[in-house]
Design a protein around this ligand. Structure first.
Ligand SMILES: Nc1ncnc2c1ncn2[C@@H]1O[C@H](COP(=O)(O)OP(=O)(O)O)[C@@H](O)[C@H]1O
Ligand SMILES: Cc1ncc(C[n+]2csc(CCOP(=O)(O)OP(=O)(O)O)c2C)c(N)n1
Ligand SMILES: [Mg+2]
Ligand SMILES: [Mg+2]
Ligand SMILES: [Mg+2]
Length: 329
């Protein structure tokens, strides 16, 4: 990158999507109108070269897209509608301005899909690895955000799509890199890793339903995300192994590996939630009406917070094997 200021100028969006924006990129801070009928929902997540992506696992356009997607996913997990985002980028000398523009193109394309405006950020230099931090802002009807604390005994535990696909794709990328040859089945998992799709429409459906439910998005792995719900709600969760196998990557590897990907792989960015059996049926119908589906993976019961895996014969306590930044092995 030759010049910070010309770079910033080059990434200013030409069009805005949100009518409430008063001041976007170009002043000391962004300003948007707020509305007392909604609650503001804000989150931030960072992606670091070497930890979340490498040049041989993802194209720059996919890195940008994913940096925004993982934040939109956190908004979806609260039931919010995405509105704005801010992007901070720390750039080492090994990344060209063309690469950076591709990163911003990835963000802008996904942003457009969800009617989000880029309203600010920061650009700095760094010695070694590229770091991208995105702050996302959304809104939800006042008092309707969906929390992790609302699981109750006898709830159904569900996910919104396949799980473990991102980890399977990452394994394939480690084996062959992004330029390797993949069958169309393999490529579908590689894409789950490189281009995860946040489940905004379902999040919105859940918050609009105004029913009791708990919700989380799957960044670290199903086992660890459902454990967070169990702890927050003070309940136990029993996951059904046969159900999880059905949602796991359909690749010619051992069943053990497929289950491990699904439980501990992470970066699926599907939603995991719990709600009463009655409400589950209603939500399933509403989800199908907008082209989505819910998949049952377990049940909630009373007890000291813990997660078990039921293999049909017995219940095994689940070791928390999801991704942990300070326990990578
Ligand atoms: N360094 C930090 N400083 C302040 N809050 C943090 C920090 N890291 C994480 N959090 C907060 O801790 C909670 C859990 O974070 P995290 O596990 O990263 O959530 P998620 O998986 O949804 O991104 C969130 O409320 C997040 O905002
Ligand atoms: C090069 C590389 N190594 C490892 C992974 C796997 N990985 C990195 S971070 C992560 C978990 C999710 O990231 P985190 O920063 O914990 O997101 P958050 O929980 O804050 O949403 C996983 C599975 C990857 N995507 N790329
Ligand atoms: Mg986070
Ligand atoms: Mg989350
Ligand atoms: Mg995490």
């Amino acid at each position: 990158m030759k010049d910070e200021f010309s770079f910033i100028k080059s990434i200013i969006p030409n069009h805005i999507q949100q009518q409430s924006l008063r001041i976007g990129i170009g002043d000391d801070a962004a300003v948007y109108e707020s509305d007392s009928s909604v609650d503001q929902v804000v989150c931030v997540d960072t992606m670091v070269e070497g930890i979340h992506f490498r040049k041989d696992t993802m194209e720059p356009v996919q890195i940008g897209r994913k940096a925004l997607a993982i934040n939109i996913s956190d908004l979806a997990a609260m039931g919010a509608t995405p509105r704005f985002y801010l992007t901070t980028i720390a750039v080492p000398p090994t990344w060209t301005e063309d690469h950076l523009r591709e990163i911003y193109r990835g963000m802008s394309e996904l942003g457009k899909q969800f009617k989000m405006d880029l309203i600010g950020g920061d650009t700095v230099s760094i010695e070694q690895s590229l770091v991208i931090t995105v702050t996302a802002i959304g809104t939800v009807a006042s008092g309707s955000a969906i929390k992790r604390t609302s699981a109750r005994k006898d709830d159904i535990v569900f996910v919104t799509g396949p799980i473990g696909g991102s980890a399977a794709g990452f394994d394939l990328l480690n084996e062959r890199t992004k330029d390797g040859h993949f069958s169309s089945n393999e490529l579908s998992y590689v894409k789950m890793h490189q281009e995860p799709m946040p489940q905004v429409e379902l999040g919105e459906l859940f918050s609009q339903s105004n029913q009791r439910m708990s919700l989380n998005d799957i960044s670290d792995g199903l086992s660890s995300e459902i454990f967070e719900i169990a702890v927050a709600s003070n309940v136990q969760v029993i996951l059904n192994k046969a159900h999880i196998v059905k949602l796991s990557p359909q690749l010619d590897v051992s069943l053990e590996k497929r289950v491990k990907w699904s439980l501990n792989g992470g970066e699926d960015f599907q939603l995991v939630g719990t709600t009463s059996a009655e409400q589950y049926e209603v939500l399933q119908k509403q989800a199908k009406a907008i082209g989505f589906s819910l998949f049952p993976v377990g049940v909630v019961r009373e007890g000291k917070p813990a997660v078990f895996l039921d293999d049909g014969d017995k219940e095994l306590p689940l070791e928390m094997g999801g991704y942990n930044h300070f326990k990578r092995g």
